[in-house]
Design a protein around this ligand. Structure first.
Ligand SMILES: [Zn+2]
Ligand SMILES: [Zn+2]
Length: 278
């Protein structure tokens, strides 16, 4: 079985742990090495337990911890050729980078089969990932996307667990303090996925094989865990997916947030923890 846990998630830094009983990898490593190590420690793990890192793209909130991390524990860092130049500016991460020429690539790490797929975002290169274990369990990760593509849907729809971006509430962004060009960038096709667009994609995934969705990469200024949760929950409920497991990744620590909207009994605080126990 594949377990997926966000170590931290949001505009300030992103890092997700994907593991089976035999293999553990990270998707992205933002913030700094200390934050990654202390988050791993909260889950009873260290850098030595990791076999590889898979980078989605070269924006700082996804790679800023990597150079120091590789000095402490060198391991393969998988990255696309488009994102590699920025990533490999750090000498130690450059030494362990595994550069893939295209946006679609496959890798095998222990018992985890990994497949990338392209996402629309204003970075040099950007991918999401699908993981599969030897028993056919699957998990997907897709954040930092200007809009929900059919291609992304087709890659994610067979995943049992999906980590999906719910970056902003459109009204909060429009009325908020960001300068106009930044608002335009976030709303553009190379920007970030709104709660409303995320809700549409979640409904599609709920109609497919997906059993659990974790909302991630929330904007600190233009979203709240409650608004993101309620927007997606309402869309799922309207379609009759009333028992679908939905949770929101916490910004600064591993796991998912408590949502004070009367849904806690149906959707427990630690969605991922529940998954580990089952
Ligand atoms: Zn980005
Ligand atoms: Zn980002």
């Amino acid at each position: 079985m594949i377990t997926v846990e966000t170590l931290f998630s949001g505009s300030s830094g992103n890092c997700t742990l994907v593991r089976t009983e035999k293999t553990a990898v990270l998707v992205d490593a933002g913030k700094n090495c200390k934050a990654v190590m202390s988050s791993l420690e909260m889950l009873g793990m260290t850098l030595s337990d990791l076999s590889a890192v898979f980078v989605t793209h070269e924006h700082r909130d996804h790679i800023s911890a990597l150079d120091v991390m590789m000095r402490r524990k060198a391991m393969p860092v998988h990255v696309t050729a488009l994102s590699a130049p920025e990533l490999c500016r750090g000498r130690s991460v450059g030494e362990t980078a595994v550069v893939h020429p295209g946006l679609l690539y496959e890798a095998q790490v222990g018992d985890l089969a990994v497949r990338s797929f392209p996402l629309p975002h204003d970075s040099a290169g950007h991918v999401g990932y699908v993981f599969a274990d030897a028993h056919g369990d699957t998990a997907g990760i897709a954040t930092d996307m200007g809009y929900a593509t059919m291609d992304a849907y087709n890659h994610l729809r067979r995943c049992r667990t999906v980590v999906l971006e719910a970056n902003h509430d459109i009204d909060m962004l429009r009325m908020g303090p960001y300068p106009f060009p930044l608002k335009q960038r976030i709303l553009s096709q190379g920007g970030h996925l709104s709660n409303a667009d995320c809700a549409g994609l979640c409904c599609g995934l709920a109609r497919s094989d997906t059993k659990r969705i974790i909302l991630a990469h929330l904007s600190h200024e233009n979203n709240t865990p409650e608004i993101a949760y309620q927007t997606v929950r309402a869309a799922l409920d309207r379609e009759g997916h009333t028992n679908f497991a939905l949770s929101v990744a916490m910004r600064d620590q591993p796991g998912c947030a408590a949502i004070p909207c009367g849904q806690e009994e149906r959707h427990p605080l630690w969605g991922f923890r529940e998954e580990i126990i089952v």
